[in-house]
Design a protein around this ligand. Structure first.
Ligand code: ZN
Length: 301
């Protein structure tokens, strides 16, 4: 980015300048396969971001009340989610900040022992765009090392905290040799990420705020933030996204948070969605890593 252009208002930029910005990270090759494993009509990628205490810690962390909601994620949220997944025989992906893994190593070992995946989710749920590039790189690498040390499994994917993605994030992910990122929203199906116009080999398994429980349920006592959607309506939105994926023969990806959805009045959404998916026909429930691995090998020509 040229500094002279950067001083101008966006409508004054040269074509070369805004093209350079847009091309930093861009969707490349589409990766929807012609068919899914076992003749499945669509793939279902369930994910749980075990942020726990870190959403409070990363902002300074002085509210014991809000931190206790993180403890709920560990004490009640994750166990309830794991019970549903076990009962339904479904595998999923958990994205875990390193600080959460250090606070609750037993939780991470149970997640792995029950056949699920753990991916990178920052150090303390930091906002990448506030960090110097060297710190972002250092934290993402250290986070991977902590997860591997605790679980014995090296992560193959990353979801940036708050899906905050800098012009340096993709280069770090590529340098680490990770198979995928799951923080961007350029499609409903997997795609390869291009960096400055060149394919990187890194697959994007896209997320969307629409398919994220936090958007509908988040609450802050001292701000005007209140839940605005009923659990029934949240289920209906997720169900329609799922049915659309089934009709398209594509991918349904969902993000939930243990401290948000792991409550008695909400956990049913997860189980009912899984039941509904099974009722549609043949669907494939895979971890994000499994789905990425499959689409890389079966991309439609
Ligand atoms: Zn998170």
């Amino acid at each position: 980015m040229t500094t002279e252009q950067g001083k101008l208002a966006p409508w004054q930029w040269s074509d070369a300048h805004w093209r350079q910005i847009v091309n930093q990270v861009r969707a490349g090759r589409a990766l929807r396969p012609k068919a899914w494993p076992g003749g499945a009509r669509c793939a279902v990628a369930l994910s749980f971001d075990s942020d726990h205490d870190t959403t409070e810690l990363r902002d300074g962390g002085d509210s014991i009340g809000r931190r206790s909601q993180g403890e709920y994620g560990y004490r009640q949220g994750v166990p309830r989610i794991l019970d549903v997944l076990k009962k339904q025989g479904v595998k999923a992906s958990f994205f875990v900040p390193a600080v959460v893994a250090l606070l609750y190593p037993d939780e991470q070992r149970r997640v792995i022992a029950e056949g699920h995946e753990i991916g990178i989710h920052g150090w303390i749920h930091e906002r990448n765009s506030e960090l110097p590039p060297a710190d972002e790189r250092d934290l993402q690498m250290r986070s991977s090392e902590v997860l591997e040390r605790i679980t014995g499994v090296r992560p193959v994917g990353v979801r940036t905290p708050s899906w905050d993605f800098t012009p340096h994030t993709l280069a770090i992910t590529k340098e680490m040799g990770l198979a995928y990122d799951s923080s961007l929203m350029g499609d409903v199906d997997c795609y390869e990420l291009n960096m400055e116009g060149a394919p990187t080999g890194v697959v994007e398994l896209p997320v969307e705020w629409i398919r994220d429980d936090a958007v509908y349920f988040n609450m802050n006592r001292f701000a005007s933030l209140r839940p605005y959607t009923s659990p029934n309506d949240v289920f209906d939105i997720f169900k329609r996204e799922l049915e659309g994926a089934y009709n398209d023969g594509g991918l349904f990806q969902l993000t939930m948070h243990p401290h948000i959805s792991g409550h008695r009045s909400r956990i049913w959404i997860l189980e009912e969605l899984i039941r509904h998916a099974k009722g549609l026909g043949t669907v494939w429930f895979g971890t994000h890593a499994e789905i990425v691995d499959y689409v890389k090998g079966h991309a439609a020509a």
